[in-house]
Design a protein around this ligand. Sequence first.
Ligand code: AHR
Length: 504
Amino acid sequence: MKASVTAHKDFTVATIDDRVYGAFLEHLGRAIYTGIYEPGHPTADKNGMRGDVAELVRDLNVPIVRYPGGNFVSAYNWEDGIGPRDKRPTRLDLAWHTSDNNAVGVHEFSDWCDTVGTEMMLAINLGTRGLDDARNFVEYVNGPTGSYWGDLRKKNGRAKPFGVKHWCLGNEMDGPWQIGHKTADEYGRLALETAKTLRAFDKSLQLIVCGSSNADMKTYPEWERIVLEHTYDAVDHISLHMYFNNRAKNTANYLALNHKLDDYIATIASTINMVKANKRSKRRVSICFDEWNVWYHSNAQDRKILEGNSGWPHAPRLLEDIYNFEDVLQVGCILNTFIRRSDVVKIACIAQLVNVIAPIMTEPGGAAWRQTIYYPYYFASLYGRGTALNLAVQCPGYDADVADNVPYLDISAIHDEKAKTLTFFAVNRHPTEKLDLRVSLEGFAPVAVIDHRVMTHEMLTATNTATDPTQVAPRKGRGARLTNHTLAAALPPHSWQMLRIDLG
Ligand code: AHR
């Protein structure tokens, strides 16, 4: 099978916002406890944070991490996580039917963010709480000393404001499962008043209003229209979430799902434009895709805890999806979609980062290792920065549940003018045929192929485990050639690739 692609230097989409490679950590299962935080662990630092995990996170160059939820945030009292640890209460977490001793709160999380070189993005409880809590929280986190909340922060060990820029106004407020779920009008009003209050404190904050929990919600996309009608001129981003699954065990349909993601983004981009026009607004609201990933492998094993049949365990194994090689292809396609829609998706967060539907897994007291999906995320975060190109792609396709004529080739391209490189991320969706790729490079002066990585495996179900952590890993590619202005490479069936070209 053949695919031909044209990449023109001037045919661009947008500058990719670094925040597209963000992540998410929730007080859920073992994401925090025995994930990033485990005081007795041999690699733990003086704050009890695992050094082995911090190293794997640091390598990912994550620009921003959303915290502390998720569904958890909708019944969270942030004050429970400040002050002396031995005075912090243990609370029942109603979202996940567990308990939390609050050993980690905003101070500890901020220190960890400094350790791994990332920035925190905080979510506010608009489920059980509201305006007053929001203003107190933002003043505690960012306010000056000499005021009540700033002085309390100082007393708790931190005089300097945390300086958090990004604030999520609640989480998945459209979802009936959410504690404090609201209609679009109820939420839109509350979000507007919260945004006004936070802006009265600091105009420069980046505010994120809740969009739909997924594109199958009955209220989608009317939810976004109504919420934006209320909030458009007061917010910066609208949040979207989407999780992918192959419960049906149909790889072709599974690997076409980013076409549904593409439609979802396009629909909300249009909704944003419509509200913008209705309001005669100059403001350009963008999309913050602050939860995305594959999530289904662990559903059955989680049922007992989620149905409340295990009591209220602290940090149990929950949402511990063990990812396989097939998921590498899926995550590669999702990241390609975000790159191709970098005109409107300005923040995205892989959900989540450690143990809970995550690229990094740990054993309490034991090892930390990279799941299969770590790699496409790693390479995109490292080399997917620059200008996204609008590629012309010609390739045979197949009909799937979510779309017809889904091309076997899924590809994105990034021109990094500073590094003088051109990077392609490509997935061959074909199960049995290799793809002969020819890319015509127009307006570039390509010098050489400087890196070629391939991920492929004879078993789609292959996984990485504590005892065999490198079953699924990238290897050096062979045979990619540059002749004048044409890049040629053969992409094996069911494979992910990265091809990088030096532009001299
Ligand atoms: O990431 C897991 C959960 O998925 C989050 O808590 C929630 O926001 C979403 O439904």
